[in-house]
Design a protein around this ligand. Structure first.
Ligand code: ZN
Length: 124
């Protein structure tokens, strides 16, 4: 048993692993959790693949990889998941060891039955 990095308290194999391996995430929240897990694993291709084709150009693989690698991901907290939006806090320590909280409200969109991350705005 190994706990999933997304803090669900479920086993990784029955939580985010199937999504990282290609099963479409059934809800915005499960997609959000799996994307956080992808950050902890530095799985950049998953992060790009699950970003909506229309907004994908706004996100560079290089900067995703840099942020994922430089950060020590500590904890995910889902604050609210309503409709196609998920508000979350992600705790990490940055490259200088400083504790940081990333607060984001993410928007998702379903396309042919598959959920995609569209964009994120700062949350309070
Ligand atoms: Zn998970």
């Amino acid at each position: 048993m190994s706990f999933c990095p997304c803090c669900s308290e479920l086993d990784f194999s029955t939580c985010c692993a199937p999504y990282l391996n290609g099963t479409p995430a059934p809800t915005p929240e499960t997609l959000m959790r799996s994307r956080y897990t992808a950050y902890t694993l530095c799985n950049v291709s998953y992060l790009i693949r699950t970003t909506h084709p229309k907004t994908r150009k706004n996100y560079s693989a290089r900067s995703i990889e840099q942020w994922a690698k430089e950060s020590n991901w500590l904890k995910l907290e889902i604050r609210e998941a309503i409709g196609n939006t998920v508000t979350f806090y992600a705790w990490f320590s940055d490259k200088s060891g400083q504790l940081q909280v990333h607060k984001e409200r993410s928007t998702f969109r379903q396309e042919k039955g598959i959920w995609y991350f569209v964009e994120g705005t700062e949350a309070s």
